[in-house]
Ligand binder design. Structure first.
Ligand code: GDP
Ligand code: MG
Length: 674
């Protein structure tokens, strides 16, 4: 076991790289690992099915870009890169990584600009108050428009871009960048794959541009900083140190977004990006104390990022490695020590992390303990699931759980052989433990196994992992949209269960009230009964009956969503008061309440954005209309039009094939849940 030298908190960066698919996240990450010495060979991203490449990446190239965390070292700082998949099907993965990172790098394509997925992820990052840096990639591509991308950041992301660089040349002639902080020209040596970066004085012909954009940077920054404002207005000189400090303050305080540029594929622009991560993104010590709930009192409590504070850690990913559960946890306060008891307040169990690991790209290094600000691997936990808190039993805290998304697509799977049939349940159980957005159930009528998830691609990947990682083959049914049911108004339902079952008498008389909640707020199941007359075990039985009953609605049997259901009345009689009776009566009361609350069906709607050359506009719009879509906007982009529409998800099956044949393969589209 190694006794790893501890990096002080101030020199740790927990970051994520967020991007629209194809913006260059994989390429940027790979260059980062190369220049920081993590990998010694650079691979290129292959052509082909782009959405699949993140699965193929680690397989084919032997570096684990998709492992939960990759650690690298840059200028004495330890950078943990937390993986954030770009595809909309994996929103849950993005969400859970945003929870545990302190800063993010947004990678944008200089041609595509701010595309819908980056917009979504950016908003999610805003919601979690994550400071960001932007990297405008692919300046070498035909049609690259650095300033256009910056304008889109203002319009679409409502960000205040702080241009720290501007590109020298564009497309084929892109040769380097002007660094407006150091006022230098930067360029990269082709022979060393960009590993050697040169700095020189800004040449005469660019000095006017440099002065202009430096002034613009000061102007933008002065809006975030009073001291700088005074200097700027008085036209006093600002030193490089002052400038860096002001940029850092604006970034950490979410008042501005430093913007850099380059072409990862051409090995240009990565070192200044790493410098910016270290300079401007916060360390775990710079972010506000984590908040949670004290389960004893229900009060909100805070824990500072200090090893001296009591332990709080969030399990943000559970994976299976060599047949064992391997958890990734972010420690917010206190210390996690191998072999020492911790408490899991959600499952109310004592847990003993048997081993703790520092996580690197390919290997895990065993350590004895880790403190606040670190992200570690943990084995030995008995009942871990994503979103669980680890703390001290004497000082319990529950950190806010990671939102889970409701599945929108389901598919029947059938084992191909007898051997597959035997393995199927365990395999699915393992996959579901890793992936909280995957649900597995048995269809009671047909006996089929149904998996549901966040989209067609998500389910396809699950099926291919069953085959590849577990050697289990299945035939699959047609993917189906999962509808939801909800209610339009408050409804009260009552039921009496008065029966002899298995020789015992059961009696329960229950009232349940359901109230609509705003979309996407999820369900609440609670007791509105004063503590006292009804024993607690019976209340619990009633609540579990209510929760179960919400899994199948009263219209078509789809899950009920966005309702608050409460146990609002019990006519309590000692005789015959059993858990079974309470549970069954509650289930019946829920159905009655739903009927009285004007239940209705919810259909998943997606936002579709199609980028299409002018010549094919008519076909694309006609096709969207025929799918019941509502075209909301048509925006002119360089050489293309962007058609934005809302379409029911159920009508989008096979869209990529249809679009390809209608436009000779010249249009691209993206989907997002509305
Ligand atoms: P990801 O989907 O965001 O991970 O994007 P990738 O890193 O897989 O890149 C998508 C495609 O863009 C690949 O074909 C890359 O080779 C290409 N690419 C990435 N960076 C650049 C760049 O700076 N310039 C150009 N011209 N292509 C790039
Ligand atoms: Mg990729």
């Amino acid at each position: 076991m190694s006794t790893k030298k501890k990096t002080p908190l101030q020199r740790i960066r927990n970051i994520g790289i967020i991007a629209h698919i194809d913006a260059g996240k994989t390429t940027v990450t790979e260059r980062i690992l190369y220049y920081t010495g993590k990998v010694h060979k650079m691979g290129e991203v292959h052509d082909g099915e782009a959405v699949m490449d993140w699965m193929a990446d680690e397989q084919e190239r032997g570096i684990t870009i998709t492992s939960a965390v990759t650690t690298c070292v840059w200028k004495d700082h330890e950078i943990h890169i937390i993986d954030t998949p770009g595809h909309v099907d994996f929103t849950i993965e993005v969400e859970r990584s945003l929870r545990v990172l302190d800063g993010a790098v947004g990678v944008f394509c200089a041609v595509g600009g701010v595309q819908p997925q980056s917009e979504t992820v950016w908003r999610q990052a805003d919601r979690y108050h994550v400071p960001k840096i932007a990297f405008v990639n692919k300046i070498d591509r035909i049609g690259a428009d650095f300033f256009g991308a910056v304008e889109q950041m203002k319009d679409r992301l409502k960000a205040r871009p702080l241009l720290l660089q501007i590109p020298i040349g564009s497309e084929d002639s892109f040769s380097g960048v002007l660094d407006l902080v150091a006022m230098k020209k930067l360029y990269w040596e082709a022979d060393t794959l960009g590993a050697v970066m040169h700095e020189e004085e800004i040449p005469e012909e660019l000095s006017e541009d440099a002065a202009l954009y430096r002034d613009k940077l000061l102007e933008d920054l002065s809006e975030t900083d009073d001291v700088l404002m005074e200097k700027y207005l008085a036209e006093e000189p600002v030193s490089e140190e002052e400038l860096i400090a002001a940029i850092r303050k604006a970034t950490v305080g979410l008042a501005g977004v430093p913007v850099l540029c380059g072409a990862a594929l051409r090995n240009k622009g990565i070192q200044p990006l790493l410098d910016a991560v270290v300079r401007y993104l916060p360390s775990p010590a710079d972010v506000p104390p984590v908040k949670g709930t004290d389960p004893r009192t229900g009060e909100i409590v805070e824990r500072p990022a200090s090893e001296k504070a009591p332990l709080s850690a969030l399990v943000f990913k559970v994976t299976m490695q060599e047949g064992r559960k391997f958890c990734f946890a972010r420690i917010y306060s206190g210390k996690l020590v191998a072999g020492t008891d911790v408490y899991s307040p959600i499952t109310r169990t004592r847990e003993k992390p048997s081993r703790i690991f520092a996580v690197h790209a390919n290997k895990h290094e065993r350590i004895e303990e880790a403190g606040a600000g670190n992200i570690v691997g943990v084995t030995g936990l008995k009942f871990p699931s994503t979103g669980d808190t680890l703390c001290l039993e004497s000082e319990p805290i529950i950190l806010e759980r990671i939102d889970t998304y409701e599945p929108v697509m389901s598919m029947a799977v059938e084992p191909k052989s007898h051997a597959d049939q035997e393995k199927l349940p365990q395999v699915l159980e393992k996959l579901a433990a890793e992936d909280p957005s995957l649900r597995v159930r048995e269809d009671k009528e047909t006996g089929q196994t149904i998996i549901s998830g966040m989209g067609e691609l998500h389910l396809e990947i699950i099926v291919s992992r069953m085959q590849r990682d577990f050697g289990t083959s299945v035939n699959v049914g047609k993917p189906q949209v999962v509808y939801r049911e909800t209610v339009g108004q408050t409804g009260v339902g009552r039921a009496v269960f008065d029966q002899d079952v298995a020789g015992a008498h059961h009696y329960a008389e229950i009232e349940v009230t359901v109230v609509p909640r705003p979309r996407r707020q999820g369900n609440i199941v609670e007791s509105a009964m004063p503590p006292g007359p009804v024993p607690e075990n019976l209340v619990r039985a009633a609540l579990s009956g209510i929760a179960e009953s919400l899994e199948t609605g009263v219209i078509m049997g789809y899950p009920v969503l966005d309702v608050a259901a409460s146990l609002s009345g019990v006519n309590f009689r000692e005789a015959g008061a059993t858990e079974l009776g309470f549970k069954v009566a509650s289930q019946m009361a829920v159905k009655d309440a739903l009927k009285n609350a004007q239940a209705f069906l919810l259909e998943p709607i997606v936002n579709v954005e199609v980028l299409v050359p002018d010549a094919f506009m008519g076909e694309v719009i006609g096709d969207l209309n025929s799918r019941g879509g509502k075209v909301e906007a048509i925006e002119a982009r360089k050489d293309t039009q962007a058609v934005v529409a809302q379409v029911p998800l159920s009508r989008m099956f096979g869209y990529s094939t249809a679009l390809r044949s209608a436009t000779q393969g010249r249009a691209t589209f993206t989907l997002q849940f509305s």
